[in-house]
Design a protein around this ligand. Structure first.
Ligand SMILES: *Cc1c(COP(=O)(O)O)cnc(C)c1O
Length: 344
């Protein structure tokens, strides 16, 4: 639970910086990062580039911004990128690529496993014709809705994109969860991508920030967009220190979040009125009878459990959710639905 005693299952963005992370932030040496002077930002960028096997990295305030910078690097005005209907870079970033980048998204249906079918990718690449936007990039997301895209799919999709002259971007907000789940290294998890955005503020537990990975030239070009978008920060080393702490301490432990999600799903699956998906990582969905939602919301609030309850309820585990918290949540759901069945 969080220090205020709540069990918050809405997202892994809700994690509080630990005492040790706060201490690292307080002790960080800093400089003006717009001048490139901040030693902690530089150390974070170098470390992230090394971990993921890229030439360079760029620290930015959010994953929305690192994704937008990447798209603006890969695509110019009147170009388009191929992207999943369910993808963050299409659906949850306020239309930023179109609004701020003059870039047209070409959304494509996601398959049930979260992938975009290779045939669809091939079919949506437009011929060179003045009627069409120029198809310039393929953007994938891993994990997507908690689902892991496997290495065979990713290498086929990125190879297809490259054969057709497209750049490849990975929204790897939770790519560390994917790597831990697959038991592979971070470099292997991002192989085939020209650029990758990684969130430090999700399961890794930092309060703020994402890194964009790419070639040195890509990152240099991205710095201009970051400044233009208002992401040039000054003594940002205070924040980068949290990111460094997260990369050093909080990757392997994502396995605990996956185990807690699995335990939570097992417990909830015992409740007859719920339909529970099997989690692959730290995010999964349950189906709640619509008639039960309002009362369930009240009971959870009384029990100091936060969840975005609806017919399709997303549940997320993270470093502020313990095995004991999982037991409590299962107990509260179980008791609620025992009563609800009787009263219904
Ligand atoms: C959280 C998230 C982002 C970036 O979100 P910010 O809140 O802007 O940092 C990007 N993609 C995915 C899949 C995410 O979950």
């Amino acid at each position: 639970m969080t220090p205020d005693g709540w069990i918050d299952l809405r997202s892994d963005t809700v994690t509080q910086p630990s005492e040790a992370m706060r201490a690292a932030m307080a002790a960080a040496s800093v400089g003006d990062d717009v001048y490139g002077d901040d030693p902690s930002v530089n150390r974070l960028q170098d470390m992230a580039a090394g971990l993921f096997g890229f030439e360079a990295a760029l620290f930015a305030p959010s994953g929305t911004q690192t994704n937008l910078i990447a798209l603006m690097n890969h695509c110019g005005r009147g170009d388009e990128y191929l992207v999943g209907q369910e993808a963050h870079t299409y659906k949850y970033e306020g239309g930023g690529a179109a609004v701020l980048g003059s870039i047209q998204p070409q959304p494509i249906a996601n398959q049930p496993d979260g992938s975009i079918a290779l045939d669809d990718i091939a079919a949506y690449i437009k011929p060179d014709d003045m009627h069409f936007a120029r198809t310039r990039a393929l953007a994938l997301e891993n994990t997507i809705g908690g689902r892991v895209l496997g290495g065979a799919y990713l290498s086929a999709a990125t190879a297809l994109a490259h054969e057709r002259g497209l750049a490849t971007h990975l929204d790897g907000a939770r790519v560390c969860n994917a790597a831990v789940k697959l038991g592979i290294g971070l470099r292997e998890a991002v192989a085939g991508f020209d650029s990758v955005s990684v969130c430090l503020s999700k399961g890794l537990g930092a309060p703020v920030g994402s890194v964009l990975l790419g070639s040195r030239a890509f990152v240099e070009k991205g710095k201009r967009w970051r400044k233009m978008l208002g992401g040039g920060m000054r003594q940002a080393g205070i924040l980068a220190a949290a990111g460094l702490y997260a990369l050093e301490h909080n990757i392997a432990r994502l396995a605990d979040d996956h185990a807690n999600a699995a335990a939570l799903a097992r417990g909830l699956a015992q409740v007859a009125q719920l339909k529970v998906a099997t989690p692959q990582t730290n995010i999964f969905y349950i189906e709640v009878p619509p008639a039960a939602c309002a009362a369930l919301r009240d009971v959870l609030a009384r029990e100091r459990i936060r969840a975005t309850v609806g017919q399709h309820t997303r549940l997320v585990t993270h470093l502020d959710i313990s095995a004991a918290d999982v037991e409590k949540v299962v107990a509260v759901f179980t008791a609620f639905f025992q009563d609800w069945r009787h009263s219904a």
